[in-house]
Design a protein around this ligand. Structure first.
Ligand code: ZN
Length: 268
């Protein structure tokens, strides 16, 4: 997390109009380091419309971050990464590490650096965790990496099966998703809180995935209850969007409609 050097610099340049060049004024901003960039592959609305072909290998994805969430080519399960390890949670709920040559059609990653840490009150549900964190964040207008480590009295996740072409839209797949119920489970929740203005590009609000402590199960989080857990937050102010290569279905779909209802149905 960095201070708003641009503002300080602006004030200073007014005072020292003839001493500071504009180049000096941009220096603070350009010096922001890559580790505070959320890098995203494709868009959530393309995924909603069934653009599931892999467009980036995990070998390349990991050069953009050691932490994040997404899916795999053909929508083959839920993906999460933390501490540099990338996991796939298949439709049967089983987790395994992702090989470097696997590909993703949609992912968001960053290099996770903890800026804030909170102990979450016992008994909080997912909505409670979201409002607990929201009320403590300085602003809801930037991106946050969210990591929760600990014990959960309950955890409900889902995963989705790999699809065949012609790919159905995401809401058709999630209507038949497999749901997994965990009780008294330890593990790690990984994801992001994105600002409302990313609608169409990513998921506004919280989007979280889970992996059990033994690394063998997990999925996309639908609900949870905190038993004893700490939340770490990485304030992330830079956003890089990487669109697929020219031969992708991405360029043949209509991305003008508002898909908010479909997103709610598919992800919440
Ligand atoms: Zn998800």
């Amino acid at each position: 997390m960095r201070m708003p050097t641009g503002i300080a610099c602006g004030v200073m340049s007014l005072a020292l109009l003839f001493l500071l060049t504009p180049a000096a004024c941009t220096a603070g901003w350009s010096a922001r380091d890559d580790s505070d960039t959320l890098t995203q592959v494709s868009t959530i609305d393309a995924l909603l419309q069934g653009v599931y072909d892999g467009v980036m290998t995990f070998e390349t994805l990991r050069t953009h971050g050691d932490f994040g969430i997404g899916t795999l080519a053909a929508l083959d399960g839920e993906m999460l990464a933390f501490d540099g390890r990338f996991f796939q949670v298949s439709a049967d709920g089983v987790a395994r590490q992702v090989s470097d040559d696997a590909q993703t059609p949609f992912a968001a990653v960053t290099f996770f650096n903890r800026d804030l840490e909170y102990t979450l009150p016992e008994g909080l549900d997912l909505a409670g965790v979201e409002s607990f964190l929201d009320s403590r964040l300085d602003t809801l207008n930037t991106f946050y990496g969210i990591r929760i480590d600990g014990a959960f009295a309950s955890m409900v996740t889902r995963s989705v099966p790999a699809q065949k072409k012609p790919y159905p839209p995401l809401t058709e797949v999630t209507a038949k998703q497999n749901i997994f119920d965990f009780t008294d489970v330890s593990g790690t929740v990984v994801g992001f809180r994105c600002p409302a203005y990313v609608a169409g590009v990513n998921v506004p609000g919280y989007h979280l995935h889970f992996l059990t402590e033994d690394g063998r199960a997990g999925g996309h989080v639908l609900s949870l209850t905190i038993s004893k857990a700490d939340a770490s937050v990485d304030v992330t102010r830079d956003f890089l969007m990487l669109l697929p290569d020219a031969d992708s279905d991405f360029y043949d779909i209509d991305l003008t409609p508002d898909n908010e209802d479909a997103l709610e149905q598919a992800e919440k």
